[in-house]
Design a protein. Structure first.
Lengths: 236, 236
DNA sequence: TCCTACTGTGACCATTTGTTACATTTTGCT
DNA sequence: AGCAAAATGTAACAAATGGTCACAGTAGGA
């Protein structure tokens, strides 16, 4: 059931829409003031917000702007009586679409679906690419790494290295594999640069006092990310 | 070569625009009266009609209405006075877009292209195409960008650059790709202009203090737009 | 015409990455 | 155990890569 927030001071319209949209699989929460609407909009994660322009408490445009400052939730603007100026400004401020009042509920439904279709498609690119193990967290989308909540700055090679290790925590990753994935070239027995990068990575990760070292060497084979706490991401 | 019909009584403006647009691959036919404009509009199939509102012979709105009666050709309205009334009425009658005079030829070009793009594609609505991530919002229809609700002014190259990155937030885009899409040429290893544009773009985006920089460098490969607040990753 | 904004280029600098050399550890052998 | 060879760790330096300043060229607008 998709959660919809309806911000409109017309109580009767609200209940009518809640009823209508309810029949099509939407759950509508309605508030009738701009300020409370804004609060609600940022508090909860709605699939879509229907926002009227003429509002008591806080103007609809203002609400729109402030929501946009905090979130990229879908917003469909409802403009009071044919005021097309509103449409224009609304679109430029960042509404996903607009609908002039009075509107046909059917058309509203169609537009809502269009917006949701678009955004669900786009969402596929926003995969939550988090790799975790043992207090380590690597976010490939944000390209950040933190250890026990503390941010760690890594260079690109170090990042790729940790990413490869974190892909299968506890498993040994061969030098050959690492060379290919991290350095993008074949491994040569006398190439020491991998060792260097491991060394640098270790220095940046805390708990590098010989024992408890997160990155363990497997002599003759490769490296492995030590896993102490059982909580990890089963990826294979 | 796209055929454009320009209906405007300002002869000088007409020749200036014909010249300007000609340089961008449009062929502009100009007429200076409403009635002759109407005739021309229905006689031939134009890709787009630029229609001034204040016209001798026949009022611009009237022309618009009558053209619409016979054809669904693209129409961009040029409003003489900045009076919003014009805009409103124009859109309600059925113009695809409007542009208040005096306008920047560049903006006209951008809007013309937007209309043509829309009409050649499937949709013919006024829906904006919004690309978002992490407080950033890029509106390809209005050609605007804002960050956390605040408008940001970008040059064409910067806009194209951000657009390319925003197409796949959190993913690395190679230099080769960017060079082709943004600069329209092949990437040459010693070409530093991409770097410059990235640099300039970063400066305009807030949060450019090394860390949490929205535009991340992936050494040896390209760039990536960092996504921190994945809309799909609720922390609780 | 001048003025302005945008784009591209060369130069210079900081950071990252690779290499060499040497220290240290491990392993195998006697 | 003692020793040598092999593997790994790391410091120091060199090379590559990217960031940005400053300037030049260009195009558009006044």
């Amino acid at each position: 059931m998709e959660e919809i927030l309806l911000i409109d001071d017309d109580v009767e319209l609200c209940s009518m829409l809640a009823d209508y949209l309810g029949r099509y699989g939407f759950h509508v929460s309605a508030v009738h003031r701009g300020d409370t609407g804004l609060k609600e909009a940022v508090k909860k994660q709605y699939a879509l917000i229907l926002l009227d322009v003429m509002l008591p408490g806080l103007d609809g445009f203002e609400v729109l702007k402030r929501i946009r400052g905090a979130s990229s939730v879908n917003i469909l603007l409802l403009t009071a009586r044919g005021e097309d100026v509103d449409r224009i400004v609304g679109l430029e401020i960042g509404a996903d679409d607009y609908l002039p009042k009075p509107f046909n509920p059917r058309e509203l439904l169609a537009r809502m679906r269009a917006i949701l279709r678009r955004s669900s498609g786009a969402e596929a690119t926003l995969e939550p690419t988090l790799l975790r193990a043992d207090g380590l967290e690597l976010n490939t989308a944000a390209r950040t790494v933190s250890q026990n909540g503390k941010r760690i700055e890594l260079t690109d090679v170090e990042f790729a290295l940790l990413e490869s290790l974190l892909h299968s925590p506890g498993k040994v990753v061969t030098r050959e594999e690492l060379a290919e994935k991290v350095l993008g070239r074949e491994f040569h027995p006398f190439d020491r640069s991998l060792d260097m990068h491991i060394s640098r990575l270790r220095r940046k990760l805390s708990g590098s006092g010989t024992e408890d070292d997160l990155v363990k060497t497997v002599r003759g084979t490769g490296y492995q990310l030590a896993v102490h706490s059982g909580a990890s991401t089963p990826k294979d």
